[in-house]
Design a protein around this ligand. Structure first.
Ligand code: SF4
Length: 267
């Protein structure tokens, strides 16, 4: 992993994501290196030609920027993050996300966190002090074998569920982002995952895989190496108007309704 430093001119970016006013990305790149990651389009501008997941740049003046911006911006919900993971391994050392949360707490901005790392547990103290905070953990499969193949740098699935449990027990709203659900591989034991989430999270969001931002080449390589028998069916299921996802949508809807989990299926 190549770790570098960079500076930014601003850190709070207006966001088009529903329910979110601003997005903050404390890093460029992401050490979780998810095979399907859509944020790899960033390599058009940064680290051209380098493998997504092999570099991260720390925005070393991020808190300085936020101290300048926060008092001037209209208070609104801030998402961590949209094109990086705020709790990727570099955060353990650099604590950029933590320092930004402290500033947002002071300026009373609502915060929404989305991560694949149990490192978020470290910041329970700061997050508890934010007036409106919601903590989300992305989970794409119950099986940690799938996690190892598709999300090699991220926390094991069970650790993410424990993180959700910690925040729920502390009275902080939580959600699980089940996405992107990968054709066939994510479906294995998905019922066990939903059972586990039923009394752990406040809500669930479900999304499908989209082949975009140049992610197919890496997905194909990983399938050839690990699930060769699935390659053709996986490719077919990933098409835009895919009957596979129509079926999965129905299944997920039933499963979540049966367990009475508030949910939003966004495909
Ligand atoms: S954690 Fe998110 S930003 Fe990081 S590689 Fe995975 S999908 Fe991309």
């Amino acid at each position: 992993m190549k770790i570098g430093e960079t500076t930014c001119r601003g850190i709070m970016n207006r966001s088009g994501i529903e329910g979110v006013d601003y997005a903050i990305n404390p890093y460029i790149g992401c050490g979780h290196g998810c095979v399907y990651c859509y944020a790899r389009f960033m390599t058009r501008w940064y680290h051209q030609g380098e493998r997504w997941g092999s570099f991260v740049d720390v925005k070393k003046n991020a808190s300085e920027c936020l101290r300048r911006e926060a008092p001037k911006k209209k208070v609104g919900t801030v998402l961590f993050s949209s094109v990086t993971d705020p709790y990727q391994p570099a955060e353990r050392k650099f604590k950029v996300t933590r320092s930004l949360l402290e500033i947002l707490r002071d300026y009373r901005f609502p915060v929404q966190i989305l991560t694949k790392s149990s490192l978020v547990k470290r910041d329970l103290d700061v997050i508890s002090e934010i007036e409106e905070a919601e903590v989300g953990l992305t989970i794409t499969s119950w099986s940690d074998d799938v996690r190892r193949v598709f999300e090699p740098g991220a926390s094991p699935t069970q650790d993410r569920i424990e993180a959700l449990r910690l925040f729920s027990d502390a009275g902080i709203p939580t959600y699980a982002f089940l996405g992107p659900l990968l054709p066939y591989v994510s479906e294995e034991d998905i019922g066990s995952l939903v059972d586990r989430l039923a009394d752990t999270v406040g809500r669930v969001i479900v999304d499908r895989l989209n082949i975009k931002a140049g992610n197919w080449r890496d997905i194909q390589t990983v399938l050839e190496d690990n699930y060769p028998e699935l390659l053709d069916r996986f490719r077919e299921a990933s098409r835009e108007e895919s009957p596979y996802y129509d079926g999965l949508r129905g299944k997920m809807r039933l499963m979540l309704a049966k367990r009475e989990i508030p949910s939003d299926i966004i495909f």
